[in-house]
Design a protein around this ligand. Sequence first.
Ligand code: ACO
Length: 321
Amino acid sequence: MYSRIAGTGSYLPSHVVTNADLERTVETTDEWIRSRTGIRERRKAADGETTGDLAYQASLQALEAAGVDAADLDLIILGTTTPDLIFPSTACLLQHRLGANGCAAFDVNAACSGFMYGLGIADKFIRSGATHKALVVGSETLSRMLDWSDRSTCVLFGDGAGAVVLEPSEEPGVITTKLHADGAYKDLLYNPVGVSTGFLDEPNHGVRVMMRGHEIFKVAVRTLDRIVGETLETAGMHESDVDWLIPHQANLRIIEATAKRLGLSMDRVIVTVDRHGNTSSGSVPLALDEAVRSGRIERGQTLLLEAFGGGLTWSSALIRY
Ligand code: ACO
């Protein structure tokens, strides 16, 4: 028994923040942002629009594409670092809005790997026979976590959500997933406050992204290089078997390095970072859905998904779509 992707969906808030907009608020330039990251613009959730709202819209699309009734879901996993509430989980809030009450529902916090971790877990549930219809979502309102006066972080991130519905299949489907973490790198990318650690008497209670960007860049390139090789080896496949790379959308230069390692030309790589920025858990499913809906990704093709983020966490999935 395998799992397969039955349908995909995504949602972006309507408000666009361009590099030119940021030039007016922090000391930066469109040229600096584009040349270092590839980002031209990103989306920002409206006041009152939450991670759960974005997840709900993406989930409706994925369920419709899959032809699955929400009431038939028996598992919902939602990757996020920006939950609506501390508890209940955003997955529980989403479950109730969808009318999927009663099924298992939980959040995964693996930073930018949140969706990929959810995909790996849901795949195992389906393979075991315990689950028949799973909804996996990555959704973030990172704009709420940013210090908008810090030019080294606020230009990088955006809001958005993506979702997939998984169902059992006799053929793969999801061929293999890899999930990794190394907490020794916790200081490279983190948010310094929390319920147990406490909050600060600062703007936004000290909630902000702390990042050692240059070091992350180097570790990301090295680690993604390794996981791509490990994933193909497990599946007994080669670089040339991959039709599409769907990378975590953090930085175009990191994406180009991974594509080069695979020997893939950039026209076989799905890139949305230019328009979405880094949407963390939302990034991979957003890119996947966009490529599916534009007709670039077709049934039967082989997809390599990968993500990398705070923790540090890193993850991959090899999928026959
Ligand atoms: N505009 C202008 N200047 C800036 C900006 C900005 N928005 N941000 C930082 N700078 C300055 C810094 O202050 C520094 O100045 P200094 O040299 O006078 O101290 C200088 O630019 C740093 O420049 P570079 O060394 O050329 O920066 P680099 O090439 O490393 O690019 C970046 C920085 C874009 C952060 C890069 O390191 C990166 O993308 N790292 C990965 C980080 C990332 O993607 N994090 C997201 C989460 S992890 C993940 O998802 C992979």
